[in-house]
Ligand binder design. Structure first.
Ligand code: E4P
Length: 228
């Protein structure tokens, strides 16, 4: 387990990445083919340039997902992505060919993120192959009435039993409570939409407390002015 929970932003939007970076709490970025499509980024050159732009915006790991599903394709694509920038992490799906490729990348010193993980057994396989990160999708499990957060607890126990160094990257986060629950359970990273990160700031007592402090200060100022 790491001793600083990392915050990644789960988007391919440069504007959102910049906004999160300016908050001073951002440690990295995750993308996926759907998020890239949402930003209208396609074609090998544009995709590669976009990853470079992301890496130049944030100082931290940036997950870039492969599209191939066969070993040779994943390796070729992943090596190309990894060569773009030292902070690129090759994101590989939890399939047999993907796990084989993770093992290969591990041997080459290329960082990996094993994605689309929905079970503890899958997380165990990813760690055995040497994945840098494993991405359990907690929101999508909640969506089908399974307890996504429980999966984080289960993976934490398994990795701690054996001192496995793969970092648990809680993904598919839907709201700020997910982030807090993942922190309580010792997830190493949470990758979140910007809205979930900014929602962590909010508490009505903070707002009313600040309003009262400022009003009292104003009153005291006015009283001082009167005496003068
Ligand atoms: C991150 O790595 C995942 O691709 C992402 O968190 C999936 O989130 P979603 O379930 O909201 O699409």
């Amino acid at each position: 387990m790491t001793y600083n929970m990392k915050f990644f932003i789960d988007t391919a939007s440069l504007a959102q990445i910049r906004e999160a970076h300016e908050l001073g709490v951002l440690d990295g970025v995750t993308t996926n083919p759907s998020l890239m499509a949402k930003e209208g980024i396609s074609g090998e050159q544009r995709v590669q340039q976009h990853y470079i732009d992301i890496c130049n915006t944030v100082d931290g790991d940036v997950s870039a997902e492969v599209i191939s599903t066969d070993f040779t394709g994943i390796v070729t694509e992943g090596e190309r992505l990894a060569a773009l920038h030292p902070n690129i992490v090759v994101k590989v799906p939890m399939i047999k060919e993907g796990v084989k490729a993770i093992k290969y990348f591990t041997g080459k010193g290329i960082k990996t993120n094993c994605t689309l993980v929905f079970g503890a057994g899958q997380a165990l396989l990813a760690a055995k192959a040497g994945a840098t990160y494993v991405s359990p999708f907690i929101g999508r499990l909640d969506d089908i009435s399974q307890d996504g957060v429980q999966l984080i607890a289960q993976i934490r126990r398994i990795y701690d039993n054996y001192g496995m160094s793969t970092q648990i990257l809680a993904a598919s986060i839907r709201h700020p409570l997910h982030i807090v629950q993942c922190a309580e359970l010792g997830a190493d990273v949470a990758t979140c939409p910007l809205s979930a990160i900014t929602a962590l700031f909010n508490h009505p007592l903070t707002d009313s407390g600040l309003e009262k402090f400022l009003a009292d200060h104003k009153k005291a100022q006015a009283a001082t002015e009167k005496v003068k």
